[in-house]
Design a protein around this ligand. Structure first.
Ligand code: ZN
Length: 179
């Protein structure tokens, strides 16, 4: 995957202490990641990184909106997404590795970090399992009744087509030939 410079933190030249970052994530950010059925993404991540000789600690705060399709009636609605996470990167390790979900080791030669995969993780964890009109940001929405009845008709006709499965038809034919 292409590395995008705006999500790179070059930490080696930074003084010990706190450093602030802000990243915007639009639809294009998720190219190369799994966007999982959302669009019109307007997310921002505020970050404070505390640096000392031994580690980098990131405090990430996610905020913004994105658009889902309702699971029931397929209408688009806006959803407010929020999330928080702390990430620790230990410095001066012998290799780059993930020790735990939120704990990483960086080899001593490392001088920069690509935050994009970590920002993607932050978003993925915050996504809701169920997506319904009632979750519309600000004002709850009702499902589109016309669409619901169309979908009901559609799924009913799908059931009918199971009954006229051609294999079943030929089996019935076979049975009647036997008699
Ligand atoms: Zn709906």
């Amino acid at each position: 995957m292409r590395v995008r410079s705006e999500y790179i933190v070059e930490f080696s030249g930074l003084k010990n202490g706190s450093h602030n970052y802000e990243w915007s994530l639009g639809d294009a950010f998720f190219d190369g990641f799994n966007r999982d059925g959302f669009q019109n993404t307007k997310l921002a991540v505020q970050a404070r990184m505390d640096k000392d000789e031994t580690m980098l600690v990131f405090h990430l705060s996610l905020n913004g909106t994105l658009q889902f399709e309702c699971d029931r009636c397929l209408s688009p609605f806006n959803y407010m997404l929020q999330g928080n996470k702390a990430l620790v990167f230990k410095l001066n390790g012998t290799e780059n590795k993930e020790e735990d979900e939120d704990l990483f080791v960086l080899e001593s030669a490392a001088y920069q970090l690509d935050m994009a995969p970590h920002l993607n993780d932050l978003v993925q964890v915050a996504l809701p399992m169920k997506r319904l009109c009632q979750m519309n940001e600000g004002q709850s929405m009702e499902c589109d009744p016309e669409m619901l009845s169309k979908l009901k008709t559609y799924s009913a006709s799908q059931d009918e087509s199971v009954d006229i499965d051609p294999r079943w038809e030929s089996l019935k034919q076979l049975k009647s030939d036997e008699n």
